[in-house]
Design a protein around this ligand. Structure first.
Ligand code: ASP
Ligand code: MG
Length: 436
């Protein structure tokens, strides 16, 4: 059995949907789960909706809602024409009707949540997952139009999580059980394929029953959880790039494809901020020895990158990772005392509670400095929790560069003309806090 994951860029237009169906039919094997993200930039637009509703700018929220509907309409219009006006029937729903059903559900949800007392992050999770629900509902209707038998499943009924909004943690035992149940209940389609279609990124808090999200770009992780639960043969992530590169090609035009990577190298790269796959994706696969293929949906015949196997320290690949939009948080104890283990654990607890990670940390006598993602909705509660004990200063406009397994000469070349606040290195992993 295989698990496929399609990101937002693979389903950003009608051609993407056609291609998705072709890839599923061509490469799918006889048991296939398909995890799909929100189409194009829908998640960003939904974030705008959330922001506008929270700021009491309802007309603007409705404008963004309209933009989401319009963008989806544009994607499905060519597909509707293709199958002709007679294609709509109770068994084969019209794509526009499907779109409107979900857009209206979103609207109802927004009305219901509008005056609620929910925290920002919880509110966010109730809204932002609609991108995935919409996209999979449309893919499902398109599959039906094309008589591709499958089962659509609401991922919130599979992925049971805690209530860490925007970074929910999976409750493994019950999640694995539910995924296995769905697999065993699903039937083969006309082509003899057991095919399940579901959303990435979303889950449900096992206690309150509210929707949760796994963190931005979390659909890869969903696919990995499913592959783990089902002992899949492989997980294939279909992307708009050829595979994993040794640098971000948008920043470094000389970037090269890495044909193979060990799990450890992939974990390190994602840990330091490589965005090609979500950081949490590797571990569930590594635990079961399931290979991960990163493949290009534009050039499916190309081999892409194969991630798996044990690490060979002599053959480490060199690469550059740039994590943008970073903030340097400097904490100084108010009474000029040393920052003890107790102080440190308080700082890390505050980060943990907001789902923030210290991307780099440095300790001096009376201060502690952290490089973190500059997300004001997560940073503000951290500052609130720590301000009784520390003077806190935030420097914005930074990026964190991680240069792995590179010669001095390569490092110098990459950093020429850059200015950085400080650097830190261990073995041959070098990190620089660069002024953007
Ligand atoms: N749609 C979500 C996002 O854009 C999740 C994902 O694409 O993986 O972050
Ligand atoms: Mg995405």
């Amino acid at each position: 059995m295989l698990v496929f994951k399609f990101g937002g860029a693979s389903v950003q237009d009608a051609e993407g949907l056609r291609r998705l169906l072709r890839l599923v039919q061509t490469y799918g094997g006889d048991s296939l789960w398909i995890v799909v993200s929100a189409m194009g930039k829908t998640t960003n637009l939904l974030e705008n909706v959330v922001q506008a509703v929270r700021d009491d700018r309802w007309p603007e929220a409705m404008e963004f809602w309209g933009q989401i509907r319009e963008a989806h309409l544009e994607r499905i219009r060519p597909l509707r024409l293709e199958s002709g006006p007679m294609s709509s029937s109770p068994e084969c729903p019209d794509l526009e009707q499907v779109l409107d059903t979900w857009m209206n559900r979103l609207l109802e949800e927004l009305h219901a949540l509008r005056g609620s007392q929910l925290s920002y992050n919880c509110f966010y999770d109730q809204v932002v997952g609609y991108g995935e629900l919409l996209s999979t509902a449309l893919v499902s209707a398109y599959f039906e139009q094309n008589k591709w038998g499958h089962r659509w499943v609401d991922a919130r009924d599979l992925l049971v999580t805690d209530a860490t909004w925007r970074d929910a943690r999976i409750q493994w035992d019950v999640t694995v059980q539910r995924i296995q149940e769905v697999q065993s209940q699903s039937l083969r389609n006309q082509k003899g394929v057991t095919c399940v279609l579901t959303q990435g990124f979303i889950g449900r808090d096992g206690v309150s029953g509210r929707s949760t999200t796994l963190g931005r770009e979390g659909s890869d992780f969903t696919a990995s959880v499913i592959a783990h639960a089902l002992h899949a043969r492989e997980l294939w992530v279909w992307k708009d790039v050829d595979g994993v590169m040794d640098a971000d090609p948008r920043l470094f035009p000389m970037a090269r494809l890495l044909p193979t990577l060990s799990y450890l190298e992939a974990v390190e790269m994602t840990y330091y901020g490589a965005t090609v796959i979500h950081p949490k994706t590797i571990q569930p696969l590594q635990n079961k020895g399931i290979p991960l293929r990163v493949r290009s949906f534009l050039h499916p015949e190309a081999p892409g990158t194969l991630i798996g196997g044990t690490d060979n320290t002599d053959q480490r690949h060199s690469c550059v990772i740039v994590k943008k939009n970073q903030g340097l948080l400097e904490l100084v104890s108010k009474d000029f005392s040393f920052i003890s283990e107790e102080g440190l654990s308080m700082i890390y607890r505050a980060l943990y509670e907001q789902g923030l990670k210290a991307n780099l940390a440095r300790h001096t006598a009376v201060s502690f400095s952290l490089v973190v993602d500059n997300d004001r909705y997560k940073l503000q509660p951290v500052r609130d929790a720590l301000s009784p004990f520390f003077e806190i200063h935030l420097t914005e406009g930074l990026s964190l560069w991680t240069l792995m397994h590179q010669s001095d000469k390569m490092r110098r070349g990459l950093l020429s003309g850059k200015q950085w606040l400080f650097e830190q290195h261990l073995n041959d992993i070098y990190q620089y806090v660069v002024v953007e």
